[in-house]
Design a protein around this ligand. Sequence first.
Ligand SMILES: *Cc1c(COP(=O)(O)O)cnc(C)c1O
Length: 421
Amino acid sequence: MSRFGLNRRGFLGGLVTLAGSVLGKQRLFAAARPSTSKQGPGSGKITGFGESGDVYAELGLTTIINAHLTETVIGGSLMRPEAMAVMERAAKHFVVMMDLEAAVGRRISEMLKLPQGYGVIVTSGAASAIQNGYAGILTGNNATFITQIPDLTGMKSEVIIQRAHRSGWDHQIRTTGAKIIEVETVEDVRRAINERTAGMHFQNLSDPDGQIKRADWLKLAHEANLPAFLDAAADVPPKSRLWEYANMGFDLITFSGGKAIRGPQTTGLLIGRQEMVHNALLNMSPNEDTIGRPNKVGKEEMLGLLKALEVYLAEDQEVVDQAQSKQLETIAAKVSKIPGVTFTRNVSPIKNHFPSLQVHLDPARFSAKPRDIAAQLAARKPSIIVGGEESAIEMTAIDLQPGEENVVADALASALTAHSV
Ligand SMILES: *Cc1c(COP(=O)(O)O)cnc(C)c1O
């Protein structure tokens, strides 16, 4: 499960559901049928795309109520309106993109109160920050190396990672041409380090699973004079993590811009030592003949992330958490009357650290498993996405819009009632 970087407590159910019903092959290749409510050209009414206000319906698509998590496969998070307003202003002018990256990075560095010598760039997601961060580590600012990569002739070529920290995201490390060296123990690390070693990777959410913990990993890296990269993509809130890991001494750190920060979906932050961040930028868009040229970040997106981050940092996390808890309790209250339903409220410690609700079903009282209920909710219109695994239906309200908790509560109550025995 963690091999794919997904939340081990629940997303598979949702993903399977999506794969089966929403993202199924047939759907991908079948022509979407346009909504019949539209009137054709010449009717004098709606003629252009988007004019009905329901852009997804115009394309024949069903929108989703996201009662689960910020997941790229269903569009990530919903952007903050303040960010959208700034993006519209950003779209009205040309600007030198490298200067913009530098200026936005400086502004974000100040906002995050980073340690001396640290900087920031905006990348096209945390995945891009991983790829281009490592590209920068490998090439430095050597122009020949930058055009040569992923052919690593003349460069270092290995990245060390704990087995428990492997995930789909290390594809982004391999893209640079680097070879992943798997370790488990401190002994293994000492044995693995050699003149080809370029860096040591730590997937923050996997901290409890690996034998070597965060601080010890960092120490091992620095003892060997190697950079340590921390992938903390989905690990805010709390917002203090945005500066905590830099202050600990991690050399490069990434966070997604399109998860809880609610900036553009296509953004991420690469935070780290100024020189390394700069070398990462040399390896990516807008620079041509680079490995990261496809990882373009638009001027609108850079400024959208900057604004979203400003709003996120000013937010009172306790107020936000309370509002989310209240939505989840509305759902719990509605289904608590159904015999055989019990609840837990386990907040996952690192990734997706916000209020959550697990609805457990007594197998003697229900003819369906949590994942069947999840599939049923996903199949309705609008689709409701919840996590569904063997033991519980899993929900959070991080992406639930005001009022949607009532829709979820009603739909869940009727699905459960229908399967009561
Ligand atoms: C989401 C995520 C990523 C990728 O982030 P994007 O911003 O979508 O590119 C990388 N690593 C982990 C652990 C994640 O949760």
